[in-house]
Design a binder for this molecule. Sequence first.
Ligand SMILES: Nc1ncnc2c1ncn2[C@@H]1O[C@H](COP(=O)(O)OP(=O)(O)O)[C@@H](O)[C@H]1O
Ligand SMILES: [Mg+2]
Length: 396
Amino acid sequence: MTSSTSNTAGDARLMPAGPLARVGIIGGGQLGRMMTKKAKQLGCEVHVLDPYPQSPAGMVATYQTVGRFDDAEKIREVVEACDVTTYDIEHIDAEILATLEAEGHVIFPRPALLAIIQDKLLQKEHLVAHDIPTSPFVAVDEPTMADAEAFGFPLVQKARKGGYDGKGVSVIRSKDDIENILHCPSIFEKMVDIEMELAVMVARNAHGEIATYPVTEMEFDARANLLDLLLVPARISDSLADQARAMAADVVTAFDGVGIFGVEMFLNKAGELLINEVAPRPHNSGHYTLDACATCQFEQHIRAILGLPLGATKLWAPATMINLIGEPGSTGAAQIEGMRDALATPGATVHIYGKNECRPFRKMGHITVVDDSMDAALEKAAKLRDLVTFHGADKL
Ligand SMILES: Nc1ncnc2c1ncn2[C@@H]1O[C@H](COP(=O)(O)OP(=O)(O)O)[C@@H](O)[C@H]1O
Ligand SMILES: [Mg+2]
């Protein structure tokens, strides 16, 4: 292979017919899979690193290296084989990536940014240092109820590292919630009186060009703390939507981000926007862009990290999205029920991640429904949410 990073500068009129670039992805989950498909569509070769040989992304990539996200040798193998390396998960060893970057390898989003974002304390401190509104917090190394009481109830405790999909997040409303305390270095955050949870996808390339997507409204499944139903455009005023998009762009600029970012925020009952957290990668709340926007979040990410022009973020029509997650209490070979109903629904697009094993609440796929009106899209999505389910058969 002869491609070089000079071909990725974005201003060259001539590009190699193939590969356009060799893209490394640390993490072979569904985000990596959807990223891989778009990278290949643009003519890139893709090299994935994941501990599981049949990873969702590995199955569609050009190559997969099997290895853990803290295995310096395996990470090096991927980075050295590629023009640009990125990731689909934030829980990877940022120091290893920083060492490789210092040797001259291109890694986006930058390892220094990853080190801040993967630690919820450093992330919150960074937001505050850049005057970005966020819920007040304190750091607690060895959390106790006395610390919680001193901070004040109700509060939300968050493990500094390693959390995802609500794991590593605990609500403490009073002294009675003693069993909810997580015993790890954490932050205590003031509980926000939430009117609505919103998210904005933001793309920024190495030239500082920035593009924001329409605001998405997120409804969570209280059982699993997983994103349950998403709709876009969010049912808020145009001026609030503009404010949310501008704030999300400020967040990504404050982190000097290159790539796609999911900026989660709260609208509180007083009508104020507060930043919750930032994901340095494609985000569940941006999956609808695959079927409803001019350029999807995955292609946008590849464009951003290759220094190519960003695409239009226009939403073609109102869209809703539901996650397909493993039913509680069932583990085994993945079986889907209701696929025919989904395929028979006009405007619905089914995305299956190719995970062989179904586990309770595991993300197995998603469905987007696009329609002429939000009401029509919501009605179809609500029906499909009940009809389409993932189970685990006894044997894998
Ligand atoms: N300060 C807060 N006040 C109220 N609810 C919160 C607060 N922080 C988090 N939550 C709730 O917990 C969910 C998960 O928290 P988050 O920080 O986004 O962690 P994760 O990394 O698991 O996504 C949020 O989507 C929101 O519903
Ligand atoms: Mg979150």
